[in-house]
Design a protein around this ligand. Sequence first.
Ligand code: FE
Length: 207
Amino acid sequence: MTPFTLKALPYPEGALAPVISERTVRIHHGKHQAGYAAKLNQLIHDTHHAHDDLEIIMFHTKSEKKEQSIYNNAAQLWNHEFFWQSLTPEPAEKPSQFIADRLSNVFGSVDAFRTRVVEVAAQHFGSGWVWLSASRVGELNVDSTHDADNPLLWGARPLFVCDLWEHAYYLDYQQDRARFVQAVVDRLVNWRQIQSRLEKLQNRNAA
Ligand code: FE
């Protein structure tokens, strides 16, 4: 049984070029992400996790020493699905006034938000992810997580993510992580998704 499959990209493999090359996307999605799905299926086969969804598996395995491989592969699969959704091919739409105002309140301006993401990404040591997330009460934060971790684990809602593992950028940018992340935040951000996730959170908090 293979409960988890490789979700199709929301755009063609070459659509993010030249910021992210077709070759990088093909390997990243078709080899790395596919590998996490395959490994996860193998690990949960015939276990009590076999019928759970990804988030439930993540929460149930995070603190179990013996289940770290399951946790890592489940979280990496979640993170990669969200990563592709966080991006959109050029020319990306500009952030709406609603988003621009929210980001300006916290970071000073939309460009200052971009700078913050690049700084956090550049300072992050090793593999991981840089996130824009909202706390339960809707406060926006930019922070990074190590390896497979993601902000759902501390109750925050992810709004945007950029992959900081070398496989995300090495073919296109070699060691220059900051230049990769700068190009992503300048040109590929899916502002519409940030907005819809933020609105959902606000509606829930208002209810
Ligand atoms: Fe990755």
